[in-house]
Write a protein that binds this ligand. Sequence first.
Ligand code: URA
Length: 298
Amino acid sequence: MPDARNPDWQVIRTSHASALIDSQVTALADLRPTPWIVMAPERTLCWNGQEYRFGPGLGGDIADPAEVIAAARSLATAGADNELWDGIAPVRLHPDAVDIVSSPSLASLRGKAIDCRMCDLCRPATRTVSGEGNPEARIIFVGEQPGDQEDLQGRPFVGPAGQLFDRALKEAGGNRAQAWITNAVKHFKFVPRGNRRIHQKPDATEITACSPWLAAERKVLAPKVTVMLGVTGASAVLGRQVTVSRERSRPIPLADGSIGVVTVHPSYLLRLPDEESKTREYTKFVTDLRMAISALAG
Ligand code: URA
């Protein structure tokens, strides 16, 4: 039980929004096994040494430390049937599809994604690589999965394919700062070979397991245009098998009334063997991006 006289319990009060709690769960978990309770205005997170529990927030107007301790005590000791917990959906430390899709904001999604255990790819990967960009973006780009550099830096499209993408986007008249960049799968899939990590394509089970993250991102952002970079991004968004060559370069109406555009993945351009096909395919890629950007105006 949290008590001002009991040094085993730490009661931490913060005026930060609960998104902070979400994003700090992993760091806070390092405090184990000491029990603690973090109280934010809209939400409380309690670790009793064995399990996490989210509870109602403290509100903004309790000034007396004794009242804070009293609120912490009643939260920490509240059972599942205590009225304090009524109507509060349990949030697991490892979020499930319902937790993910009900996320109200991109910040909350990012916080939850840190602890993603939706499939086994989370084990060897360094970290979850969440989408990033402008939270007001009207255009979103969906790639396949983070690569080696993305896994190390924790940001999507920052390695060689990302650099090529940035160049093409600029040439098409776009701007990464105004877009949202993400992937169908949020963990790097690889096999180790010597001191290198060789990219592996995610399979259908992994893409499906990861799909709530992309669905939630698109729900919160509600972009006007979704650009699918390559077959994995396209099948994740369209929910079916896709042949890129057949479906690229034209607007595709999406179920939510927005516009989809399928194009190649920039790493396809990097793999092309000769300069002539590289130049030709790069030009087509830029044309697709330009078409997607112009769909924003319609
Ligand atoms: N390839 C992708 O599909 N996504 C990245 O973030 C990087 C490379």
